[in-house]
Design a protein around this ligand. Structure first.
Ligand code: ATP
Ligand code: MG
Ligand code: MG
Ligand code: MG
Length: 529
């Protein structure tokens, strides 16, 4: 197969270069400037000011009409949280690349006779990547009468014009086909403005039209679109940005109309390579090889769920995913700690470390820091199509050259974190087992929330880790009691006037970010755990 992952990326870049788009390097995974976001979770984040019309007219950004890139995204914690799927399914990662093309007040859907956004995506998928048309399904926004939003029949018509069969074009509701509204009007209406904005639920948005791919073929997959079927996966989202969601939840028309698209790189690569799972590609195989070399466990077999009897394949996926996330986030200046995004990073490391210890037999430290160079090596390779015509002269022609800048610091942080967790892991697990027997004695399938809180408080087991351990035994956590215990403990510590102690040194950038957005860590910390 001649479609290496780097070639897949290159072809995307050169296609949009040939359509007069400019390469803009990915923004940092840590959005220092945007208090409404935990991590960069979509390619559009860095263009918000253009969409809102607040961009400095003298800046480079203001001159942009058409852009493309591969954005580093993290979806863990906050509004988009895919953490708990990772390891279990074949197509959600906590870190992934989102390939995107943008029009800023330039092309839209309706500039006859061209239907650029939709035509571009169809041409790229079927002519460049040569995906069979009968495997592709597209969706359009069906409208929302309660909010006065019209169905997007234009998008439907343009897909027909491209030659998409009628029964491959499906209407979709606001949850799937109005980007920026996935929480729904009702929920948003009930939330207060602070919470809404901290969840990233405000900002530019609009109806979207998505492309889905049937990995198996030879059947009618229309009923499986947007149904969490691992073999009918969403690959590309075309958003027609025209509104801003205000703090009060209402939609306000923006000064101009824009196009914002995002395609999951790892999903695309697996499809172009004819694989059934993102993990069966050359994006993950070098990391898997290194894991095997270091642990001596059997090689990756690609099994999921109950078929993965010994849990080793799941552990491979979790560790490989999490090391990518940590490598990117820490290289961008993120630091694991007890608040906000730092706490999400800590949870990710602990989740990964437990899988490594439990399922891959890792006993020595420095596991993550030894995997990290594989990710760096893979991701800094030079790219031909972005060496010219970039808006950032410092890009040096690589896709993610920033990964080489702080390697030693990142390794040090990883080692320190792994070490501090492994010191308490064994004792914590013993305690966990006691809690399990207690619950069983009570003939209760739920672990006591108070116990789960104590496990966090004393041994640093984030609740999602405990939840996962309980789930492995077919049990659950008493969430209401957990929340109560957590609230009580917060009250108590407030009374004692001592805040959460942070043992890990904060990165200067992170400190700056926290100072700029003091509300983000606090709320995420208490709301999410
Ligand atoms: P899904 O419904 O599969 O969770 P989404 O609708 O949440 O995806 P979008 O917000 O529309 O995703 O993002 C654009 C594209 O990014 C998706 O079409 C998909 O290809 C990719 N993508 C989204 N989330 C992930 C993830 N966790 N891991 C890998 N790729 C992702
Ligand atoms: Mg999603
Ligand atoms: Mg979706
Ligand atoms: Mg989507």
């Amino acid at each position: 197969n001649t479609w290496s992952s780097s070639r897949v990326r290159e072809e995307f870049f050169s296609y949009f270069r040939s359509k007069d788009h400019t390469f803009v390097p990915s923004s940092s995974t840590i959005p220092y400037e945007d208090p409404t976001l935990l991590f960069a979770n979509a390619g559009m984040n860095q263009y918000k000011s253009i969409f809102l019309g607040t961009v400095d007219p003298h800046s480079e950004l203001a001159k942009l009409k058409r852009a493309f890139n591969s954005q580093k995204c993290i979806r863990a914690g906050g509004k988009h949280n895919d953490l708990e799927d990772v390891g279990k399914d074949s197509y959600h990662h906590t870190f992934f690349e989102m390939l995107g093309n943008w029009s800023f007040g330039d092309y839209f859907k309706v500039r006859a006779p061209n239907k650029e956004a939709i035509e571009y995506s169809w041409e790229l998928l079927t002519h460049v990547y040569k995906l069979p048309k009968d495997r592709l399904y597209v969706t359009f926004f069906e409208g929302d009468s309660t909010n006065g939003l019209q169905p997007d029949f234009e998008a439907r018509q343009f897909w027909l014009d491209c030659g998409v069969a009628e029964d491959h074009i499906l209407p979709g509701n606001a949850k799937d086909n109005f980007w920026g509204m996935s929480l729904g009007f009702v929920v948003l209406g009930c939330m207060n403005a602070d919470l809404r904005s901290e969840m990233g639920a405000t900002g530019p948005c609009g109806p979207c039209s998505e492309v889905h791919y049937d990995r198996l073929g030879g059947r009618n997959a229309a009923d499986l679109v947007n149904k969490d079927d691992p073999n009918v996966v969403e690959i590309w989202n075309n958003v027609f940005i025209q509104f801003n969601r205000e703090d009060d939840g209402s939609l306000k028309l923006l000064p101009s109309k824009h196009v914002d698209t995002g395609m999951g790189f790892e999903r695309l690569v697996s499809i172009v390579q004819g694989k059934l799972s993102n993990y069966d590609t050359d994006i993950f195989s070098p990391i898997f090889s290194k894991i095997q070399e270091m642990t001596g466990v059997r090689s990756y077999e690609g099994k999921f769920g109950k078929e993965d009897v010994d849990g080793i394949d799941t552990a491979y996926r979790v560790v490989a995913d999490h090391v990518r996330t940590l490598t990117f986030a820490l290289s961008d200046g993120g630091v694991p700690n007890n608040v906000g995004r730092g706490y999400v990073l800590r949870r990710i490391l602990r989740r990964g470390a437990r899988y490594a210890r439990k399922k891959l037999g890792v006993t020595i430290g420095s596991f993550f820091s030894s995997l990290m160079p594989v990710v760096v090596e893979q991701m800094v390779r030079p790219s031909e199509s972005i060496s010219a015509a970039t808006v950032n002269a410092h890009n040096q022609g690589g896709v993610f050259p920033e990964l080489t800048k702080r390697v030693d610091e990142v390794k040090e942080i990883l080692d320190e974190e792994e070490e501090s967790f492994s010191r308490t892991l064994d004792r914590g697990e013993k305690l966990f087992e006691q809690y399990v027997s207690r619950a069983r004695e009570r003939r209760d399938n739920n672990l006591s929330g108070k116990d789960v809180w104590r496990l966090y408080d004393t041994y640093g087991f984030p609740v999602d880790l405990t939840r996962l351990m309980a789930d492995e035994l077919g049990m659950a956590v008493d969430e209401a009691e957990f929340e109560e215990a957590q609230a009580q403990s917060k009250e108590a510590s407030k009374a004692q006037k001592k805040g959460t102690k942070d043992t890990v040194k904060l990165d200067v950038h992170d400190i700056a970010a926290l100072e700029k957005s003091p509300r983000v860590p606090k709320t995420d910390d208490s709301a999410k755990f």
